[in-house]
Design a protein around this ligand. Structure first.
Ligand code: RB5
Length: 150
């Protein structure tokens, strides 16, 4: 799959682990930075990954910061993006199946690397189930400024 990933300084180490894992599985991963561990602002990285997903340059995106929260808040401002913060595998799977989430946000200060990788795998291996869920996701899309979906 074509995947996009980004992190701020607080998610920098986790990003490197996830990139290695994803590339090891054969995915085409674009690293949107940050490329150095110095302090930076998470919205700058979140918007880069969100725009890659919204434009379909990437099929799915991953964002790492201290908690995942600021990344999700920012990414969800980009029309067509449905970003979810997950700390358990059930939610990581269900948010793909039910919400058609296309960006997974992870907190390096919350998760161990082992769990983070399991969350990534759960997210990647699940698919949107459509049906009644599609009507609900459409209601989310209708709230976006342009009312369009990615
Ligand atoms: C950085 O200190 C931290 O605030 C950031 O990585 C993130 O957790 C924000 O949501």
């Amino acid at each position: 799959m074509r995947l996009a990933i980004g992190a701020d300084h607080a998610g920098f180490a986790l990003k490197a682990q996830i990139i290695a894992h994803l590339r090891g599985l054969g995915h085409d991963v674009t690293d949107h930075g940050t490329l150095v561990a110095e302090r930076c602002d998470y919205p700058d990285l979140a918007v880069a990954v969100a725009q890659a997903v919204a434009s379909r340059e990437a099929e799915l995106g991953f964002l790492c910061c201290g908690t995942g929260q600021g990344m999700a808040m920012t990414a969800n401002r980009v029309p067509g993006v449905r970003a979810a913060v997950c700390s358990d595998t059930f939610s990581a799977r269900a948010t793909r199946q039910h919400n058609d989430a296309n960006v997974l946000c992870l907190g390096e200060r919350v998760l161990g690397v082992g769990l983070a990788v399991e969350l990534v795998d759960a997210f990647l291996s699940a698919s949107f189930e459509g049906g009644r869920h599609a009507e609900r996701v459409q209601k989310i899309t209708a709230l976006e400024p342009l009312g369009r979906s990615a």
